[in-house]
Design a protein around this ligand. Structure first.
Ligand code: BES
Ligand code: MN
Ligand code: ZN
Length: 519
């Protein structure tokens, strides 16, 4: 069997974007007392030390103390993230009860609520429950409202439901859950809760698009494939358009830096331009720019082979841009957004760029390429110059740029650097709000001299220290005229090890940020 060929054939037909438009789950607001709700699984919370939430108390009475019995026997503590399933409880309409630990009541905040929701879905994945009803209204986080909780429920349901199967001959079984519901607190809140559920669903789906694009291997997810996804997105949305620049067109624009990265590859580089118009045509857009290295071998400065497969994830910035553009269109945000993707494959070869080679960027600045593995900044600098023609209000680039960001932050944080403090703060706030958090590093002039070159205007590496900062310093040379921020997602974009796979970050952060913007 020629596996390579069969996958190629399937890839031609497969579209991550089209897949994302299918509806797998429905979300609704459904009122009624917890004991009378007809569902296959009702979720109620238990506080630490086994204190019952209000909803759990009702179920406990109706089930003749089944829940308090479990607590007394020590089977359930109520720790945050803990779950316990009861089958066929007597005295109530629901087929199952899922008891979800909520931790200490006085510490309960948005992050704990989210943890509770994720654990509940994880537990539900193991059972064949066609419907789930979340009865957690009495758990009020100190820092979030019930609309936030509602959108988290649908977002996490989508994220929990995603399973990668595209290149497996045996497809993973679809999730049994088809409907997720929650009760209104006051009946007047139904409409707003419903729209929160819709919003969370849209964001969750977008996160999954970014995950799917990230997870696809480098022999399928090429620059051309990413371009096709952008085109397919545009074909499906009246307010979205896509334009793909070929290598020839980029050469005409003088993008010598971007083209130096794809020089060693048989795959043609693409500059993908996606425009969303939700505001008047003359409104200045917000721009997001993604690093789309569909595979990073390091080029002539070849990486070592251990774990190199993970360099298929080096386009996760690009994936987040494409997914965010789709989400912004679905949410019909009243702003204009331009999404750029600088897509290329970084390979060694007889035509590949060599250490010491000097290229001229679109800006006119020359760059001495001392390390061909520092390729992300080389594709981004030309994209960041190109984006100026849209006169964006703000520019954010998203890139799996440096191993140093992984060393600094591990996997929990998006590294943030910016030449504009109020933009940086808005991004940090957005991240806090949606729990896709960013933390800022300094972009001080003190570091700029590390990029000095004896032979060109600037070198593409700044030495072994402060790698995330010097990489951002390089980009800052090309964004002087912009309100610009850089997100280094090298640590946050994917998991390694047994859970290897793309996370879809920072799609939530980008959607949250753009949702705050006015036309
Ligand atoms: N894509 C890598 C960054 C990376 C490495 C992300 C490991 C996640 C895990 C990037 O293109 C790269 O190779 N960066 C080099 C830069 C260095 C040569 C200055 C790095 O970080 O080692
Ligand atoms: Mn590299
Ligand atoms: Zn890279």
């Amino acid at each position: 069997m020629n596996l390579g060929l069969s996958i190629k054939v399937r890839a031609a037909k497969y579209s991550a974007i089209e897949e994302s438009l299918k509806e797998f789950m429905r979300y609704s607001v459904k009122g009624g007392s917890p004991d009378k709700i007809v569902t296959e699984c009702i979720v109620v919370a238990i506080w630490s030390n086994g204190r019952l939430s209000d909803e759990a108390k009702i179920l406990d009475t109706k089930t003749k103390k089944l829940i308090s019995g479990l607590i007394r026997s020590g089977d359930l503590k109520g720790n945050l993230g803990e779950t316990h399933l009861i089958y066929h409880p007597p005295g109530i309409k629901s087929k199952r009860i899922l008891l979800a630990g909520a931790g200490e009541k006085k510490k309960f905040n948005g992050a704990s609520a989210n943890k509770l929701i994720i654990s509940a879905f994880k537990a539900c994945l193991k059972i064949e429950s066609a419907s789930i009803h979340f009865c957690i209204n009495s758990c009020e986080p100190s820092d979030r409202d019930r609309y936030w909780i509602a959108s988290r429920i649908s977002q996490e349901a989508e994220i929990a439901g995603y399973r990668y199967g595209t290149t497996k001959s045996k497809k993973p079984k679809a999730w049994a859950t088809k409907t997720v519901s929650l009760p209104p607190k006051v009946s007047g809140h139904r409409k707003s809760l419903e729209s929160s559920l819709k919003r969370g669903q849209a964001i969750g789906k977008a996160v999954n698009v970014a995950r799917e694009l990230g997870n696809l291997p480098g022999n399928i997810c090429t620059p051309t494939y990413l371009a096709e996804q952008a085109t397919s997105l545009a074909n499906k949305n009246r307010r979205v358009s896509a334009k793909i620049l070929s290598e020839k067109q980029m050469a005409r624009l003088g993008m010598g830096s971007l083209l130096s990265v794809s020089a060693g590859s048989a795959e043609e580089a693409k500059l993908i331009v996606i425009e969303y118009s939700g505001a008047k045509a003359n409104t200045r857009p917000h721009a997001i720019v993604g690093k789309g290295i569909t595979f990073d071998t390091g080029g002539i400065s070849l990486k070592s082979s251990g774990g190199m497969d993970e360099m298929k994830f080096d386009m996760c910035g690009a994936a987040s841009v494409i997914a965010t553009m789709g989400c912004v269109a679905e949410l019909k945000l009243p702003i204009n957004v331009v999404g750029l993707v600088a897509a290329a494959e970084n390979m060694p070869g007889s035509k590949a760029t060599k250490p010491g080679d000097i290229v001229t960027t679109m800006s006119g600045k020359t760059v001495e390429i001392l390390n061909t593995d520092a390729e992300g900044r080389l594709v981004l600098c030309d994209a960041l110059t190109y984006v100026e023609r849209f006169k964006p209000q703000t520019v954010i680039d998203i890139a799996t740029l440096t191993g140093a960001a992984v060393a600094t932050f591990g996997s929990y944080v998006n590294a943030l650097l910016s030449n504009n403090q109020s933009l940086a703060e808005t991004i940090i706030e957005s991240g806090e709000q949606c729990l896709d958090r960013a933390w800022q590093l300094p972009l001080w002039d003190d570091y700029q001299h590390l990029l000095n070159s004896n032979f060109a205007d600037i070198a593409n590496i700044g030495g072994p220290r402060a790698g995330t900062i010097t990489a951002a310093c390089f980009l800052s040379r090309f964004t002087k005229n912009q309100k610009w921020a850089h997100l280094d997602i090298a640590g946050s974009a994917w998991h390694s090890g047994a859970q290897k796979g793309a996370t879809g970050r920072p799609v939530s952060l980008l959607v949250e940020y753009l949702s705050k913007q006015k036309a």
